[in-house]
Design a protein around this ligand. Structure first.
Ligand code: GUN
Length: 313
């Protein structure tokens, strides 16, 4: 067996490049419209990971010169309270983009929330009007993680047309829209999910393998064709030092991280086994995560451009 070591695709560096382009356009919009784009990030409950994600989005806004507001609702918030808050954000002329951090507490109806968003402010691209526009190849905000994945492949000049892309995970926010984007770029797309039989047989056919299932280190060597490009969308918290040692090696700084911070992050792909079989691999952290944020900033900028320019006309 060969011991190929995958090239790591540096999502952080690509995200930095996208962010400086955005900062430039934000400054231009400020000059022409007199105001910076603004994002409202809605967080319901106190899930620690979601808190970190929202905080990172707020910091990223400031770094490109955008305004943002974090809207916090307690875990006990009712559907009516959340809907009332969203209505106010929809109507607030000063808010360009609205993001409701997912997952919501299980008592709340996520579909009703998505349907309640003003499609013009839906920077996640989840509202059916935007999802439908994407299907029809019309201008629309594209869900941030799939947009980030395509951007990463394009900036590294990795081929998409004619490639067999296998996507594991059929979520509305990642797997399904990514399938559409790759199909539009002439890939042959296979969607796999929890009921797929003989998963490794299918994933081993992939030139481009995307894992978006939320199960730590689920994709192993047996799933990966030698020389494939592997995109790891998973962000899972691993709190067991022994499990971290098995994944990263006994002497890995990740093991110390678990002991010191209480957890380390691991993707949906086994990091060492994938590095030995893939030609290109996204790391966790520092792969797709930063690109998701960069694409959120871009969707917010575009929403602001459309709204502010429409107001000037
Ligand atoms: N939770 C995990 N990823 C995302 C995302 O891209 N958008 C929202 N709103 N919630 C998420």
């Amino acid at each position: 067996m060969s011991r190929l070591t995958a090239q790591l695709l540096d999502g952080k560096a690509v995200s930095q490049a996208i962010r400086s382009e955005i900062a430039h356009d934000v400054a231009a919009l400020k000059r022409s419209a007199g105001v910076a784009p603004s994002l409202a990030a809605v967080l319901v409950g106190d899930d620690p990971a979601s808190q970190v994600y929202v905080r990172n989005k707020i910091i990223a806004c400031a770094e490109v010169g955008m305004r943002s507001v974090e809207v916090r609702l307690p875990p006990t918030a009712t559907q009516d309270q959340l809907m009332a808050r969203l209505r106010r954000l929809n109507e607030d002329p000063d808010v360009d983009g609205i993001l409701v951090q997912l997952p919501l507490p299980p008592t709340l109806d996520r579909t009703a929330v998505i349907l309640a968003l003003d499609p013009a402010k839906d920077v996640d691209g989840l509202h059916p009007l935007n999802a439908g526009r994407l299907l029809m190849r019309l201008e629309a905000p594209v869900p941030c993680t799939p947009a980030g994945i395509v951007e990463l492949l394009e900036r590294y000049r990795l081929p998409i047309a004619g490639q067999h892309a296998v996507i594991v995970g059929r979520s509305e926010i990642v797997g399904r829209p990514l399938g559409i984007l790759l199909l539009q770029r002439d890939a042959t797309v296979t969607m796999c999910h929890s009921k797929t039989r003989e998963l490794p047989v299918i994933t081993r056919q992939a030139d481009l393998l995307v894992a978006a299932i939320g199960r730590p280190a689920f994709i192993r060597a047996e799933h990966i064709r030698e020389g494939a490009t592997v995109i790891d969308v998973g962000v899972n918290r691993l709190g067991d030092a022994r499990a971290a040692a098995a994944l990263f090696g006994e002497d890995s700084p990740r093991v110390h991280q678990v002991r010191e911070r209480g957890y380390t992050l691991v993707g949906d792909v086994h990091p060492r086994e994938a590095a030995e079989r893939a030609a290109h691999l996204t790391p966790v952290p520092g792969g797709i995560g930063p690109l998701t944020i960069a694409c959120l900033l871009r969707n917010t900028l575009r929403a602001a451009q459309a709204r502010r320019q429409a107001a000037v006309r």
